[in-house]
Design a protein around this ligand. Structure first.
Ligand SMILES: [Zn+2]
Length: 374
């Protein structure tokens, strides 16, 4: 990974480059940034630069033996630790068990989140961790002599997911590091890290990606061809992973939008038979989808209410939603927004508490009929 492949974050790149060129590489650094801000790709670019044998002024050379191995993430002095899951094959898993999948994922697109990662290693609903036995692996690797590079680099992704026993051993390693070792902790919620580790690391704090850099990056994404890039930039709020997701509107959001439209149209037209049909079909989609729909409904109600204020900065809708909103928004006003939102919220809570979906969705349908004409 090169610095130039990392989206935005120019200030952080500059200070990292400066510190290497001044010979002030701090041995334990915490790259803390929100989802999609690019702290993992920047950690990789930084590690590659530190290890590059022919450093250029602003980036690694890309051609020396070190860069070539970094390119494939196979440098023998580059080590990774990340959350993993227990599987029938790996009952006491460590990161190395999933190293192939990790390399494939990161080289393809280093902007991904924990859910995607767990999905990729076949454990969508599992609770993954950096398990306690990972600490022995860390110690073993760091006690190895460095093979080729000046620095041994250990990139720990999502250290906040580390088992406390492992975290305590890691703390000792950070306190008394083997010579020429660089720990890069790449965290999303640094407050969840144990304080003693946090206080021993130099904090590099990542803001969300700025809009200009985000737009530049999206123009090069094939899926953005024909899409409304300005809207995507606005909706993504500095999260590149989210922007990529928005370029591929998934079936779930399409379903939610269509269901919402149907409810609102039938309610406004007082088509009671249609409302019964709607409630019936919603009661059969399963609890997770029902919750997802109700949350989505709350969001869309808010957006439509706010869009009446004619301040586009405050509105977060994609093209399909905005299209529907043109005619729908005037029906959401200060006389019904609170009651409608509460209706959806209450339904969400009842679904979450295993209430009867048929009764709950019928209730939503008929109350909406009253409220939509206020
Ligand atoms: Zn190089």
């Amino acid at each position: 990974m090169f610095f130039r492949q990392v989206i935005g974050q120019e200030g952080i790149k500059r200070s990292l480059l400066q510190s290497v060129n001044d010979g002030r590489v701090s041995h334990a650094q915490l790259f803390a940034g929100p989802d999609g801000s690019g702290n993992l790709p920047l950690a990789l670019a930084y590690a590659q630069y530190v290890s590059c044998l022919n450093k250029q002024e602003n980036d690694s050379c890309g051609e020396c033996p070190s860069c070539r191995k970094y390119h494939k993430l196979i440098h023998p002095d580059l080590h990774f630790v990340f959350p993993v899951v227990k599987t029938p094959k790996f009952k006491d898993p460590v990161s190395d068990n999933f190293l192939e999948e990790w390399r494939a994922t990161v080289t393809k697109n280093a902007y991904f989140d924990l859910d995607q990662w767990f999905g990729l290693i076949g454990a969508e609903n599992a609770q993954g961790l950096i398990y306690s036995n990972e600490s022995e692996e860390i110690i073993r690797k760091l006690n190895l002599k460095s093979f080729e590079a000046e620095f041994k680099v250990m990139i720990i992704w999502m250290p906040e997911k580390m088992h406390v026993a492992c975290a305590n051993k890691l703390l000792k390693m950070i306190e008394e590091p083997p010579n020429k070792t660089l720990f890069l902790l790449v965290a999303e919620n640094e407050e969840d890290l144990i304080v003693t580790i946090r206080s021993r690391c130099q904090l590099v704090k990542f803001p969300p990606i700025d809009d200009v850099s985000m737009k530049e990056a999206l123009v090069n994404v094939p899926e953005a061809d024909g899409a409304n890039v300005d809207t995507i930039v606005h909706l993504a709020r500095g999260n590149f992973r989210k922007a990529l997701e928005l370029l591929q509107p998934d079936e779930v959001s399409a379903f939610n939008l269509e269901s919402f439209k149907e409810l609102m149209r039938s309610s406004y037209g007082r088509k009671f038979l249609d409302l019964f049909t709607w409630s019936e079909s919603m009661s059969n989609i399963g609890r997770e989808k029902q919750k997802s729909f109700l949350l989505y409904g709350m969001k869309l109600l808010r957006e439509n209410f706010v869009s009446n204020l004619k301040n586009s900065e405050l509105v977060f809708m994609d093209d399909n939603e905005a299209d529907f909103s043109k005619r729908f928004a005037p029906f959401i006003n200060e006389r019904n927004i609170i009651q409608l939102s509460e209706l959806f919220e209450e339904a969400f809570n009842h679904i979450a508490m295993n209430g009867n979906p048929r009764i709950i969705f019928t209730d939503v349908a008929f109350k909406t009929t009253k409220l939509i004409r206020k």
